[in-house]
Write a protein that binds this ligand. Sequence first.
Ligand SMILES: [Mg+2]
Length: 90
Amino acid sequence: MIDWNLIESLLLEVKSEFLSATTRYGPFNSAHEGYAIILEELDELWGEVKDKDGDAMAARKEAIQIAAMALRFLHDITPFTREEKEEHHS
Ligand SMILES: [Mg+2]
């Protein structure tokens, strides 16, 4: 069963991370930059996951950052709304 309260709470954390990164660094300048930053965060998650003494809270923090960086990619590089995307494909 999907816990929608949890989803809402996680999305707030992703939004907050998105805002903090965008305030600090501005928008992604290119798809290559966005990809590189997402990969960096993914590698940091892998660092926590592969370590048998890895910290679940640290892994969680990296997963939030991956979601926020993916949101930056969507916002800055491919900013199509669902409606625009449907128009594009019809
Ligand atoms: Mg990180």
